[in-house]
Design a protein around this ligand. Structure first.
Ligand code: ASP
Length: 438
């Protein structure tokens, strides 16, 4: 993460990039030469995946203490409930606006290119058959996750420890937020020791993230190798137009919209912006998880853009769960693509509903690999596309998931910069410290 050269003189970010490229090259080569051989399967299951999973688990391991301490401390140090409310509303507004924009880009592209109409019916039948089991599971999962009044009730956890243990991020976030507010309301001398402990934990967690990032190059290698070595490139070929469309949409959003926003909000030119966020992008891409990337997003916000801890601690965990630009873009495109494949006509009004539902489900999707799929099935069924149709794209979802997670986390970072600016902080360009103007 840091710019400092490591002992052998190669900067860490270069090593992580090398891990990514070597992992992809080795994985694709092995896929071509030894696809479906027991030796490759053995190597993937016993060497590459374990190495990748250790890195992934190191990141996940710090998420609960990191989210709890940063949110509670972030809120408590804002010092005033009205300020928390104002920041909360602005954060949510920024999330919604950028997510809706992303979904609109997705829908516009699919309306222009219409990749669903070009899909060969024989390929369609084959894919539906091949992925029918998995698709059935996703449809069943979508019924469990169903959207309704309980979605809101469930945000309040019965038991914060259980919420943390079950990976219920919204429950954990809710508890951390009101715990921070409570700390703000009790006598300062009673709050001080608790805040001291939380600060100590938060510092220690940052050191743990540093450890995780030290093994990132090899971890990223393992994760990417495991995906590419086992990937069904045949499926990719038959869905090439759809995949290219989704990737194009994501690239437009990540490198067009975000570059403009970075310039407008942070005053940073695109080359410099992407240079500063390369570890962030690689971590999101290789882990496919906004949650696993929270530690890196926070460090990037604080160290590379000078966002104060209190703001990053508040915005980033919220964003990892609620702000998913890439996911909304992917969902909008996929609903329309599958509607085209199944010959379901979606008029303008229904397409607007698709945009709205893509935004809402992106808010509700968990920041874990394929976290949005059950919710996507729900939207499909809502607009009259068979839920099992999801089977068509499951074979390529991993690569799309990796790719959409990148704009998801970049959006979280940008929101934290936007909020910090709006709160009057004078952001350092790099290695920033906390400085307040007002
Ligand atoms: N993997 C995505 C994330 O963590 C969620 C999804 O789109 O499935 O941001």
């Amino acid at each position: 993460m840091s710019e400092e050269p490591t002992r052998r003189g190669v900067p860490l970010h270069t090593k992580i990039m090398m891990g990514l490229l070597l992992g992809a090259a080795a994985g694709v080569t092995c896929n071509i030469l030894w696809h479906d051989t027991p030796q490759l399967e053995w190597f993937t299951n016993n060497v590459a995946s374990p190495v990748g999973n250790i890195f992934l688990r190191m990141l996940f391991m710090v998420v609960v203490p990191l989210v709890f301490t940063s949110l509670a401390l972030g809120v408590a140090s804002l010092g005033d409930i009205r300020r928390v409310g104002r920041i909360g509303v602005r954060t949510l507004g920024f999330f919604l606006a950028t997510t809706a924009l992303a979904a609109t880009i997705g829908l516009t592209l699919v309306n222009i290119v219409r990749p669903g109409e070009a899909l060969d019916p024989a390929v369609r039948a084959e894919l539906l058959e091949e992925y029918s089991g998995e698709a059935g599971e996703k449809v069943a999962a979508s019924q469990v996750t169903g959207f309704g009044i309980n979605t809101f009730v469930n945000i309040v956890p019965r038991n914060p420890v259980a919420a943390a243990a079950d990976g219920d991020m919204l429950g954990l976030i809710f508890f951390s937020l009101i715990f921070g507010i409570a700390l703000m309301l009790i006598a300062p001398e009673r709050a001080a020791p608790v805040l001291g402990v939380l600060e100590g934990i938060s510092d220690a967690v940052m050191v743990l993230i540093g450890f995780a990032m030290k093994i990132a190059p090899i971890g990223v290698f393992g994760l990417i190798f495991a995906v590419t070595a086992q990937f069904g490139f045949e499926v990719l070929k038959s869905l090439a137009l759809y995949v290219v469309m989704v990737l194009t949409g994501l690239i437009i959003h990540q490198f067009g919209v975000m570059a403009i926003l970075a310039k407008l909000i942070a005053g940073v030119n695109p080359v410099e912006f992407y240079r500063r966020i390369r570890e962030l992008m690689i971590t999101a891409f290789s882990t496919s998880s906004s949650n696993a990337t929270i530690p890196t997003t926070m460090r990037t916000a604080e160290e590379k853009f000078g966002v104060p801890k209190s703001i990053a601690g508040f915005v980033v965990p919220l964003g990892a769960t609620m702000n998913m630009n890439g996911t909304a873009l992917f969902e909008g495109m996929t609903v329309l693509f599958l509607a085209q494949v199944f010959g379901v006509q979606l008029d303008l009004f229904t397409q607007l509903i698709v945009i709205g539902m893509s935004v809402i489900t992106a808010l509700g999707a968990a920041g874990v690999p394929s976290g949005s799929i059950p919710l996507l099935v729900m939207v499909l069924i809502m607009v009259g596309v068979p839920g099992e149709g999801i089977g068509l794209i499951l074979g390529v979802d991993r690569i799309l998931d990796m790719s959409r997670t990148v704009p998801n986390v970049t959006g979280d970072l940008l929101t934290s910069i936007f909020i910090a600016k709006r709160e009057g902080y004078d952001l350092e360009t790099a290695g920033g410290s906390e400085r307040e103007l007002a």
